[in-house]
Design a protein around this ligand. Sequence first.
Ligand SMILES: [Zn+2]
Ligand SMILES: [Zn+2]
Length: 209
Amino acid sequence: MSIICPRCGKNSNEKEFIDAFCVDCYPLDVKMPKELVFDVCKRCERIKHGKKWIDRDEEEIAGDITRKCKGDFFNATYNKEENIVTFFIKKGETILKINKTINVNFLVNMCTDCSRMSGGYYESIIQLRGNPRTIDSFAKKVQRELAKVTFVSKVEEKKEGIDLYIGSTQAVLALIKEIGHKYIITKKLAGVDKEGRRQYRTSFSIRFE
Ligand SMILES: [Zn+2]
Ligand SMILES: [Zn+2]
């Protein structure tokens, strides 16, 4: 005996059925957002979360998506290739898997750090002077450490040493304090930003014997 789905008219011979409905039309008590939009930075691939840009792997993104769905299911997974959320529902002893298409959009964008970096923006210059060998290895170390928290927009090799142009003064201060080397700091007014705040460029001069 076959049954007909009252919603779409499909026959139970051609489609899987749950109770009186085919699996596509089964009245599922689930609320899904109409559309989800993620801003993705095309350079560093971080994702915008509120006002911050953060690292997010595929599994975490799937979690962000399924958490936005509410309803009568005990688990949900997200398939990025097909843009489908699979809901796992317990009905008596059986577990049902129901797929629903979700509208998720990944917008290619550029995060604040990357757009500043590509525009050559910097807040600080670290000027390394003195012994060329020490300078060289110190410059590498500084670049490696600062890349974790900010960006290095330019490295300038001069005959008197190396200048590093850095995205965040705070990050430089924190690193220099941690290293514990003596430095001379100078601040210059660089202009005023859109909100009328004074912008400073800070130079850190470090000398190696
Ligand atoms: Zn149906
Ligand atoms: Zn970025």
